[in-house]
Design a protein around this ligand. Structure first.
Ligand code: RIB
Ligand code: CA
Length: 313
């Protein structure tokens, strides 16, 4: 049976590939998409999400716009990576449908409450929408099968030397989720930096004789340029689809139980995830499963399979 999921995202090039992976994989059932500020302003993320689903030929999945700013403080934006539109590079199809009038938290709550089984929340941007939902409606927790999120790191950061962007963008919201008691899986930079779109991978996208493959290859060109310019990567880490891949093919990622906290007050370290891999805090019970090892070949095979399936529809 397909796993029912909602993707809460900030597209963003890698979010876009995550949406396509979900849309092109029968192992998951994409019930809804919600958007958040992050890689760009939330209005741009929402437009981008609708255009990506249009590219995928998916017009019956509701998209709801969410938070324009974090639970506390001002929004950090990632246009320096993803461009002015948040999804710079190839032209995108005109949106084939409009977002729903509900806001993201309303759609999340309705989707969870109407489902006849618990729903997996896949979060690939700042945690603001899901954090607000669990803070304001804690009774909804039993309807959440798990939260699997791209964010944090067991090692260094990216947006700051110690903090990964999504965690930095709303650490208070991430703290709500980490302390909520809801099952959590964390897919941090230590994992996603194993998901590199190498020239061989991009060539497999470019060889697809349809718009989905061609668009993804062009996205990798823009995204790769940002990663080379800012962080000196030879190939871009395609972070967000790793969350969906774990649901499509559980053998793709190896996990480890650990206590995870997020720094809220550090002058230099706000937004840093502290991952206790070796039980150095014996009184802190593990509250998450942390992604540690990616089977990159398996990952890219399932991503490319999904892209080609969509392109040939
Ligand atoms: O740090 C990488 C994460 O921040 C990814 O989800 C990327 O899309 C941005 O949101
Ligand atoms: Ca993202």
């Amino acid at each position: 049976m397909p796993v029912p999921i909602v993707i809460d995202c900030d597209p963003g090039h890698d979010d876009a590939v995550a949406l396509l992976l979900a849309a092109g994989s029968p192992e998951v059932d994409l019930l809804a998409v919600t958007t958040c500020f992050g890689n760009c302003a939330v209005e741009d993320a929402t437009r981008n999400a609708v255009q990506v689903l249009t590219l995928a030929g998916v017009t019956d999945v509701p998209v709801a716009q969410g938070a324009a700013a974090p639970l506390a403080g001002q929004p950090a934006l990632g246009n320096y990576v993803h461009g002015a539109s948040g999804l710079d590079g190839p032209p995108m199809p005109a949106p084939a449908f409009d977002p729903v009038a509900e806001d993201a938290v309303t759609l999340l709550a309705r989707t969870l409450r109407e489902s006849d089984e618990p729903v997996t929340l896949v979060v690939t941007g700042p945690m603001t929408n899901v954090g607000r939902l669990l803070r304001d409606q804690p009774d909804i927790a039993p309807s959440v099968r798990e939260v699997i999120f791209m964010g944090g790191s067991t090692e260094r950061g990216n947006h700051t030397p110690t903090a990964e962007f999504n965690a930095f963008a709303d650490p208070e919201a991430l703290d709500v989720v980490l302390t909520s008691g809801v099952p959590v899986r964390m897919v941090g930079l230590n994992l996603t930096h194993q998901a590199l779109a190498t020239p061989e991978v991009v060539q497999r996208m470019a060889a697809m004789e349809h718009r989905v493959g061609q668009t993804c290859a062009a996205w990798m060109g823009f995204f790769g340029g940002s990663y080379q310019r800012i962080w000196e990567f030879e190939a871009p880490p395609v972070h967000d689809p790793c969350t969906v891949a774990a649901l499509v093919d559980p053998a793709t990622i190896q996990w480890r139980e650990a206590f995870v906290a997020v720094e809220l007050t550090g002058t230099w370290t706000r937004g840093t995830t502290v991952v206790d891999l070796y039980r150095r805090y014996p009184d802190r019970t593990p509250n998450a499963r942390v992604a540690m090892t990616l089977d990159a070949g398996r990952y890219w095979d399932l991503v490319l399979r999904a892209l080609d399936r969509l392109g040939r529809r």
